[in-house]
Design a binder for this molecule. Structure first.
Ligand SMILES: Nc1nc2c(ncn2[C@@H]2O[C@H](COP(=O)(O)OP(=O)(O)OP(=O)(O)O)[C@@H](O)[C@H]2O)c(=O)[nH]1
Ligand SMILES: [Mg+2]
Length: 303
């Protein structure tokens, strides 16, 4: 556990510098007044925290400083931490997992965000928890994609259903869902091709995959999990909106939080979208995935 927190802290160091580092500097030897709050507001917006969350943070700092009769600039930091933790915990994972059939996670997102890698990490994590896990190689678009996910299936020691590249991804999903049901799989992870959320025909293909899985195994519980690259910043929000309209979005996994300074987007996503962040990616390795814990995240950001 200590190691996991240390890893989180290290991974968030650039985001932390970008938010807390800058704020800590401006509050030095200052009084809490409108000028100071304006400077903090600017830092938050530039750090991809988004306008709604930034406004909420500033208002809350103002209110609490008044209530608690605080005037030292440096006292703002603790107030911000409290409110950031509150925003992050709005996005709690929900979702029933009661079902007689398998649970199916469609892993979706734009190109290169880390879908395939995340499936490898999730498969490892679920298998370690004793869940019978299976992978469906439904990115049949790129020739190398099937080989890439096959390597992850091998690493995580999980069964995989595949077909030739170029074949219909929905057909692979159909076969995989049937196989998952027949073999008593607990969770089926479906790798899909990266797609621009602005391409209608590609979004249709995702809808078809979802339909076909429901048809193949009517008692399967199907969820769409959207992968967001943590270094994308504000564009992440429009990705969530469009994918949600197309295939729904039951949960978000934010990858590549290691090494980016734009991790503030986690705060924007939590404030602006009613979709829970469930996991975070902190590197390219098989163990570099953590369940998102809002309190730990806030703590790591301010540690
Ligand atoms: N640093 C870091 N790199 C990551 C993380 N997750 C994925 N990557 C890297 O991001 C790159 C793209 O990952 P993929 O898993 O192939 O992404 P994808 O979404 O499947 O890509 P397409 O299938 O082409 O759309 C790879 O080099 C991964 O190693 C992460 O959490 N941190
Ligand atoms: Mg992929």
């Amino acid at each position: 556990m200590f190691n996991a927190f240390q890893k989180l802290k290290d991974s968030l160091s650039r985001t932390k510098d970008n938010i807390l580092g800058k704020i800590s500097q401006v509050v030095l030897r200052r009084r809490i007044d409108d000028d100071l709050l304006e400077e903090i507001e600017e830092i938050l917006i530039e750090a991809d925290v988004g306008v709604p969350a930034t406004m909420r943070l500033i208002e809350s700092v103002k209110k609490r400083a008044r209530e608690r009769k605080l005037s030292e600039g440096s006292e703002v930091v603790a107030l911000l931490k409290e409110e950031i933790a509150a925003i992050l915990s709005q996005s709690q994972a929900s979702g029933s997992t009661d079902s007689s059939g398998p649970i199916v996670w469609l892993i979706v997102g734009v190109n290169g965000v880390g879908k395939t890698t995340t499936i490898g990490k999730l498969a490892t994590l679920f298998a370690a928890e004793g869940k019978k896990t299976m992978i469906a190689a439904c990115d049949t678009f790129r020739a190398a994609a099937i080989e890439q996910i096959a390597i992850w299936a091998e690493r995580s020691n999980v069964e995989m259903v595949r077909s030739q590249s170029g074949s219909d991804p929905a057909a692979v999903a159909f076969d995989a869902a049937k196989a998952a049901k027949a073999r008593g799989v607990d969770i089926l992870l479906v790798d899909t091709a990266g797609r621009l959320h602005t391409k209608a025909n590609l979004m249709e293909e995702l809808k078809k995959i979802r339909r076909v899985v429901n048809k193949a195994v009517p008692d399967a519980l199907v969820f769409s999990k959207l992968i967001i690259d943590g270094s994308t910043g504000q564009n992440a929000l429009s990705q969530v909106k469009v994918f949600t309209e197309a295939v729904g979005c039951d949960g978000i996994i934010v990858t590549k939080l290691d090494g980016t300074a734009k991790g503030g987007v986690m705060i924007a996503v939590s404030e602006e979208l009613g979709v829970p962040v469930e996991f975070i990616g902190l590197g390219e390795g098989i163990d570099d995935l953590q369940r998102f814990d809002p309190d730990k995240f806030a703590e790591a950001l301010f540690a």
